[in-house]
Write a protein that binds this ligand. Structure first.
Ligand code: FAD
Length: 415
């Protein structure tokens, strides 16, 4: 049988599934991606709301991610970079804490800011220098502490932990207690120290579109939900059965494979609200943090939206990470109030709200890599997805590559 005649199905058109298809194609296979939604990209989604382009959940690309560099041509993503650091609302004003080794213009504002002590600032610098020398492999073999304990052990003051690390990494881990593994903290901190933090000008969905743009021999079936996966066949929700020589489940597998029912993934959730405002309070090149304990808002970003922008209007993204019981109406009211009282924005037009119940998988332990053979679940069924390793774009892409290589290696062994 020709390689191209092998029936290989990938369930899920998120980053992991898309990369799996790219790798399979490179080795001569013609995979089929089966996707439940009416679009590709999984958790990387961009929508149009009243003419404004909004990402479903604010997220950034760390350009230093090795697998992002390997599978995407970054110069084709039209990336807009943020300043390396953050603007933090403290003592009734916006202060800046930045990596001035990468952006020298931030040196004065960083050293003169009241965020943490000079000792803290030196430690931030020291940590980034030491992580630049530590390999990703070493990081993921390091002791697995809670990030909060790691920061205290490193000697950071409570002030800098509360005003910088909790809101900054809380916005990345989507949890505000920093219980996430210190391996993940070191990995993300290293990526921040080594490359730019960016979003594509045309929205985060640019990345999956760019990956799918590389396909030559991959079919994508949208609006098709898989109900069950067996060793040589896939059952669709409409009860149609499809023969499959190999299947990669590039999403949670527990609902799809019969004896995995108790291996359920737990998830961090978040809210992402968008407003239109003429009042820009921080430079749109910064991510703004609200470290106040009683504030629901974690971070804000002003986005210059060229296409739909009325003259002098900005799109404002607000991310909420803290747990709350507000309904949508109450949440919008509370956020409006916080934007007025903390940020001083009077004129706000609500645009849209996304609640993302399954944003990041909660994983313990976190890993960086897996052998291709280890992605084999049983008889021709392979697993991919960020939940296999760690909650990141890099891990999703890497897991897809490894699952594809699992099939390729097995096929080589069989011939
Ligand atoms: C709000 C938010 C912020 C984030 N911030 C960052 C960040 O700043 N940096 C970073 O590195 N990462 C971030 N992430 C994580 C990153 O987006 C994910 O790690 C990555 O997109 C996961 O890709 P995946 O392929 O593993 O899974 P997914 O994207 O979840 O893809 C799975 C796909 O499978 C499909 N599917 C599921 N079940 C079925 C079925 N039965 N039949 C058919 N199809 C099915 C789904 O529809 C989906 O398209 C963030 C995520 C969110 C949501």
């Amino acid at each position: 049988m020709e390689k191209s005649d092998k029936k290989i199905h990938i369930i899920g058109a998120g980053l992991s599934g898309l990369v799996a298809a790219i790798v399979l194609e490179r080795f001569g296979y013609h995979p089929i991606i089966i996707e439940r939604d009416n679009h590709i990209g999984g958790r990387l989604q961009t929508k149009k709301v009243k003419g404004y382009q909004v990402d479903v959940g604010f997220q950034v690309l760390l350009e230093a991610y090795p697998k992002l560099q390997e599978y995407a041509k970054l110069d084709q993503l039209q990336l807009k970079s943020f300043e390396p650091g953050a603007s933090i609302y403290l003592n009734s004003k916006w202060e800046v804490l930045g990596d001035f080794t990468r952006s020298p213009k931030l040196i004065f504002r960083t050293l003169s800011s009241s965020i943490g002590s000079i000792r803290d600032k030196l430690k931030i610098f020291k940590l980034s220098q030491s992580l630049k020398k530590k390999s990703i492999e070493e990081i993921f073999n390091s002791p697995d502490l809670k990030t909060i304990d790691y920061l205290k052990d490193y000697g950071f003051s409570e002030a800098i932990i509360d005003s910088f690390f909790i809101p900054f990494f809380g916005g990345i881990f989507l949890e505000d207690e920093l219980k996430t593994s210190s391996r993940m903290f070191e990995f993300i901190y290293k990526m921040f120290s080594e490359g730019k933090v960016s979003i594509p000008k045309n929205g985060i969905a640019t990345l999956p579109k760019h990956l799918a743009g590389q396909f030559k021999n991959t079919e994508i079936w949208l609006n098709t939900t898989v109900k069950e996966v067996k060793s040589d066949k896939i059952l669709l929700e409409n009860d149609k059965a499809i023969h499959s020589d190999y299947t990669i489940i590039a999403t949670e597998a527990n609902n799809l494979v019969s004896n995995l029912k108790n291996q359920k993934t737990s998830w961090h959730c978040c809210d992402n609200l968008y407003f239109i405002t003429p009042e820009i309070k921080i430079d749109s090149n910064f991510i703004g943090l609200l470290p106040q304990k009683d504030a629901l808002i974690n971070n804000i970003v002003f986005i210059e939206e060229k296409k739909a922008k009325k003259e002098g209007q900005y799109l404002l993204s607000v991310t909420v990470v803290k747990k709350h019981d507000f309904n949508q109406e109450e949440l919008i009211k509370k956020i409006r109030k916080e934007l007025k009282s903390y940020v001083g924005i009077q004129e706000l037009e609500f645009l849209t709200h996304f609640y993302i119940p399954k944003a990041l998988p909660i994983l313990q332990p976190v890993e960086n890599d897996i052998m291709p053979s280890e992605t084999l679940l049983k008889d021709g069924i392979f697993l991919a997805g960020d939940q296999m390793l760690n909650a990141s774009v890099n891990a999703a892409m890497l897991s897809g590559e490894r699952a594809a290589m699992g099939i390729i290696e097995l096929e080589k062994l069989n011939h």
